[in-house]
Design a binder for this molecule. Structure first.
Ligand code: NAD
Ligand code: UD1
Length: 337
């Protein structure tokens, strides 16, 4: 199949492109490079020996999308393109609704016009909201969201649900990611956040490599085993495989929703200690006040993805850390070297 990967120059998209190519699919990437790197795609070409055409353009640009669908025989779309920084979304809600919601709307309009009705969407565990019992299971209703980023994901889920209901020819897979970390085992591609990292793993990796002096642990007074927050971290390569397996589900029209996580909770302190043990690097840290909007603990019930997609997260925490560290230590400044 030829797959359009929007946001394919970003963290999860780039790893998914590798796995799509390895599975024998052809890929075209649409990315405006606001948080991605063309260098990632050049490295993927070297890694796989296959070409990855990059259309530098915006997912909100209908003309660019129409031209892309005319130029390539796209059979399905995996839609990663979006903005993802929670704090920034509170300060700039319009930018988030424009890129994430309007971007998906324009993409779906262009897909419908081109007769392409197969879509995999990057959703998030954040749509379960703060009151859901753990582990999160897909049968739970979407909960209340606490920031524009989360609301934009919930709105897109609703938009796609309504679209599929109105036109049953559509096949839509909503993938709710938990906390992706890690990097390709080659160390050639990985996560390269612009500016100060918001997320735990890239922050720890930048402390380890000497780009940042210390980690601030946001709160150690939660009701968890060691007082720090617990999350379900999964290897980005497992997450990428989940997208390849989700393509099979697109053969059946309908709306399909899956959690992608390991089902295991890891605390912030567990992560710091494991990182030190696996890499031999010390991670100086201090305990800081809680970060607004953080939940104490959540993890996935990923049984449905196993049952229906045959997907499971195989890579353990030590492998996630070792692969992150290979990428970060061999590329201390990310794609800028
Ligand atoms: P990322 O920022 O690394 O990748 C997103 C890519 O989209 C970037 O390459 C960026 O340049 C591109 N992009 C942004 N706006 C665009 C636009 N208007 N037009 C074209 N391209 C645009 O992020 P990621 O971590 O790879 O996340 C991918 C998707 O998964 C996002 O939708 C994100 O919300 C979702 N998600 C991520 C996580 C996570 O922890 N990383 C968790 C849940 C969901
Ligand atoms: C965050 C977002 C979530 C989004 C996801 C992927 C918030 C509240 N949630 O998830 O909506 O889908 O990123 O982009 O931002 N931590 C520290 N110090 C740090 C960074 C993080 O202690 O410097 C802690 C956090 O308090 C949290 C854990 O590490 O307990 C994981 O944080 P993070 O990687 O940002 O992921 P989430 O908060 O789960």
């Amino acid at each position: 199949m030829t797959i359009l990967v929007t946001g394919g120059a970003g963290f999860i998209g780039s790893h998914t492109v590798v796995q799509l190519l390895e599975a024998g699919h052809a890929v075209v990437v649409l990315d405006n490079l606001c948080n991605g790197a063309a260098e990632a795609l050049r490295r993927i070409e070297r890694l796989t020996g296959k070409s990855v055409p990059l259309v530098k353009g915006d997912v909100r640009d209908r003309k660019a999308l129409d031209a892309l669908f005319r130029a390539y025989h796209v059979e399905a779309v995996i839609h990663f393109a979006g903005l993802k920084a929670v704090g920034e979304s509170v300060r700039e809600p319009l930018a988030y609704y424009d890129t994430n919601v309007n971007g998906t709307l324009v993409l779906c309009q262009a897909m419908a016009a081109a007769g392409v009705r197969r879509l995999v969407f990057s959703s998030s565990a954040t749509v379960y909201g703060p009151d859901a019992p753990v582990p999160y299971v897909e049968t739970l209703p979407r909960g209340r969201t606490s920031n524009p980023y989360g609301t934009s994901k919930a709105m897109v889920e609703q938009l796609l649900t309504d679209l599929q209901l109105a036109d049953p020819h559509w096949s839509v897979v909503l993938l709710r990611y938990f906390n992706p970390i890690g990097a390709h085992p080659s160390g050639v591609i990985g996560e390269d956040p612009q500016g100060l990292p918001n997320n735990l793993m890239p922050f720890i990796a930048q402390v380890a490599v000497g780009r940042l002096p210390e980690l601030a642990i946001f709160g150690d007074d939660y009701s968890t085993t060691d007082g720090t927050c617990v999350r379900d971290y999964l290897h980005v390569m497992d997450l990428a495989d989940g997208h390849v397996q989700a393509l099979g589900r697109l053969e059946t029209p309908g709306l399909h929703v899956y959690n992608l996580g390991t089902g295991c909770g890891v605390s912030v302190l567990d992560m710091v200690r494991s990182f030190e043990r696996v890499t031999g690097q010390s991670i100086p840290y201090r305990v800081a006040p809680r970060r607004e909007g953080d939940l104490a603990a959540f993890w996935a019930d990923a049984a449905k993805a196993h049952r229906e997609l045959g997907w499971q997260a195989f890579r353990g925490l030590d492998e996630m850390i070792a692969d992150t560290w290979r990428w970060q230590s061999e590329n201390p400044q990310g794609y800028r070297r």
